[in-house]
Design a protein around this ligand. Sequence first.
Ligand code: FES
Length: 610
Amino acid sequence: MATEAVGKKILTIEGVGDEKNLHPLQSIGHTRVAADCGFCTAGWVVTAKGLLDKNPNPNEDQVKAALAGHICRCSAYPNIIRTVMDSAAVMRGSKTPIEAEPESVVHIKMPMVRDYSTSGGHLAGAEVIEGTNKTVTKKWQGYPPENLNVLGKARPALPEVSIPRFTGKAQYASRVWFPDLLYTRFLTSPHPRAYIKDIDTSAADTMPGVKYILTYKNAPKLHSPNVARGRILVEPLPRELNLQGEVSAIVVAETEDLAQDAADAIKVTYEVLPFASLLKDSMAANAPDLGHGKGNLIRHSFSPKDLPHVTWADQRGDIENGFAEADVIKEFSYRFAGGVSVPMQPSGSVAKWDGDKLTMWGMGQGIYPVRASLAAALGMDVSKIRLINKWNGCTFGAARMAAERFYPMIAHLAKVTSRPVKVMLPKDQELAQLQIKPETITKFRVGAKKDGRIVALDHEVYVSIGDLDFGVHADGPGNAANQTELYTAKVPHWRSTWSAYRTNAPRPGPSRSHIQQETKWSWENMIDEMADAFGVDPVQYRMIHMTQLNPVTRAILTNDAHDGGAAGRLQGIRLGEAQSRCGQQSRKIQTRFRPRHVPASWREHGLSRR
Ligand code: FES
């Protein structure tokens, strides 16, 4: 491409227009909310300008064809196409005013926190505690106010956050540049599991432009574990590499190409170890022990003693009695192979020291807790770190930890080279670092009466957790309550067990809700299959089993209530209480409903006390 450009005029986003003189594509794109994260914006605006320069009156198909090479990970496509069509009309002299319209703006009419949470800290009354400083954020619950000047009306995005995305001024970490900037390249393992017996950097050390090479031999010892969202991140340069793509060495050089050449010259002697990338392999009787003597199943002090094969369990009633009562017993098994939320912007960061002060440009959804964690890892006073994370080309949660895991190392490399250092992972290497929706296997054993009513339900979930030392969502009732609350309230006997297994697979974590949709998908499949088995309409079958809430108190109604039981005898799981028990790691959630006063104004909005 570079050779094709010789002798040609090159236009970039900076030349299309600036904030004082916006091109219609920029001003209308802002009005139409055609940029979400904005990482793709500079590219399509320039291409669209090229189209309109040649064809002032394109039809929609021509616009789509011209922009076919652009990917918008945020899926702003409809607004992008409308922007180009409207810009063409304005440039042809149309005087029709372009205003923000409801299609461009999401109107939220739902409670801000739902009764059926997607978990991830969003349950009503939940608190999110982050970082070593334990920053507490309380989740607000309620409805957005109405009849104000802004909410409920179509408005463009805030200019200060939107316009820079259209003018190329948004300073994503990937765009941060200094004249003396150094670049990094990673050397990664080609093996699904391996131990580094030795690593020889002597040839690479003396190659042109190479400034520093970091391996397990000279990696700094962190003062405290690097933490993101309360989770300890795996050390960035381990000697035992748990998956293909794990990092063996980081090369710093004058250019990315020189760094890559040096990385290619490093000789690593690997001892290839037996591996288990899939759940079935990790759970097999002859599986390699990935836990170094602890086994592959994650067990905690709160794991149920009577269920040695699980990480966590919840139950109600007596499961064996339930199956004894059942007329029909059916079994179902569902497997989700895993999924990756790949952001548009590469995972990366830039570190720059000024004396003893560090400035870090990162990506993710946190600033202060991330800064606190970085300060703790480096053993620094937090006030000496400035963490800049104003612009993100999507992270989906997944990229955050892929970037943050390496912050301490990039800061260290900037220190030892006395120059700013940048890391931007190529997509293939990023895939090994992104947190994923992990592989899960969900099994159901369902006991029902002749009419199809479920009376016993055994729910088993198996989760692949890579090299983490905790079971992620398999660790506690926050997720299990979230998973079981929709179809179990009317089932007198049920048990839900969660088993987390170490694997040689990428680490699970925030990635547009992990262990959520895929396990709920298995519930819906099970309900469909049960409805089919009993010849009942699947919607009707759901209505029979679906949880209903007391309209005033929002307590979950169980069979007692539906069968006419007195309110005082209601047994139910109050959602806030279920969530608050996360910390207690309680095995059983069986709370007795006690009516509490709820103001009339709250009731109008469907709110309850928590
Ligand atoms: S706005 Fe297009 S990738 Fe985010």
